[in-house]
Unconditional design. Structure first.
Length: 284
């Protein structure tokens, strides 16, 4: 099956269910990309490096709720905010709106010459995570987040998240996994489908989304919104600083002299290459 128009997407939605409140959708600009959070695809990090990267993000979390940016002191709200501003996390974005997923499958200018894809799953097939008062570092299982915490982008995108556990699927694995591997490991009948968006249809779909449904870069990303004006650059700096700190502690030899000097200034004690390659999170 292929989706070549907004009408195709909505026809598929109605054939799936007239009561589709528990189905979730994810659009990806390249059909070959896997279903895995950004942090596991970022800078070729090993899993133990992703754990350290997340630690650096959490160290930057405001000590108290800071409306309108954050409304709680929960680790997971901070990670959700980071995710929406392009900082790698263990969260994977989904949406309850198939047209928003269609936009993400078509809108990347770098991938206009590649087929896109929409993924569909049923949220009811997965555990629901609700222990927000726990440290995010303790999270070990894949789950959908059950939350009332909504920031402006999340609201505009009808968004929700899956969170990956830090641990691998089994004792033989050192690294993390994608959603297809998770399903194979679980040996269950969870619903997961991938539908192709032909590259030849992307521009026409974007025109339909803009002209009929007012779905554009500006509406989806709130490019002129208050939070974007006030905080977007700060999150870009956080992303880079967390990257340098992780490499300094795990693989400092790959840093340039300038990068290493900057990274060292972020620590109170000398910790160059302090963390060697780790297999088990629980041993860290």
């Amino acid at each position: 099956m292929e989706i070549k128009s907004t009408a195709d997407a909505l026809s598929f939605l109605y054939s799936l269910s007239l009561n589709q409140s528990t189905f979730r959708f994810r659009g990806q600009a390249n059909i070959s990309w896997t279903l895995q959070p950004y942090i596991y695809r970022y800078q070729d990090f090993k899993r133990y490096q992703t754990v350290d990267y997340e630690r650096n993000l959490l160290l930057a979390k405001p000590p108290h709720a800071n409306p309108p940016l954050t409304h709680t002191n929960f680790d997971l709200e901070w990670l959700m905010v980071c995710q929406h501003y392009g900082v790698p996390t263990r969260l994977l974005d989904w949406t309850a709106d198939i047209l928003i997923a269609l936009f993400f499958a078509c809108s990347s200018e770098k991938e206009l010459n590649a087929d896109g894809a929409i993924f569909i799953c049923n949220q009811n097939d997965y555990p629901m995570f609700a222990a927000y008062n726990q440290s995010a570092m303790e999270t070990q299982e894949l789950a959908f987040l059950s939350t009332n915490i909504v920031n402006p982008r999340l609201r505009m995108q009808s968004g929700c998240f899956m969170i990956w556990g830090h641990s691998p699927l089994d004792e033989e694995s050192k690294e993390s996994y994608d959603l297809w591997q998770y399903h194979e490991n679980q040996c269950d009948s969870h619903y997961l489908e991938k539908i192709c968006i032909p590259k030849s249809a992307k521009k026409n779909i974007l025109q339909q989304l803009r002209g009929i449904y007012a779905i554009t870069n500006k509406s989806v990303y709130l490019q002129s919104g208050y939070l974007e004006r006030m905080f977007a650059q700060g999150f870009e700096t956080l992303k880079e600083n967390a990257h340098l700190m992780t490499l300094y502690r795990t693989d400092a030899d790959c840093l340039s002299e300038k990068e290493e000097k900057k990274a060292r200034s972020m620590f109170r004690i000398e910790c160059r290459n302090m963390i060697g390659e780790c297999v088990s999170l629980r041993k860290m």
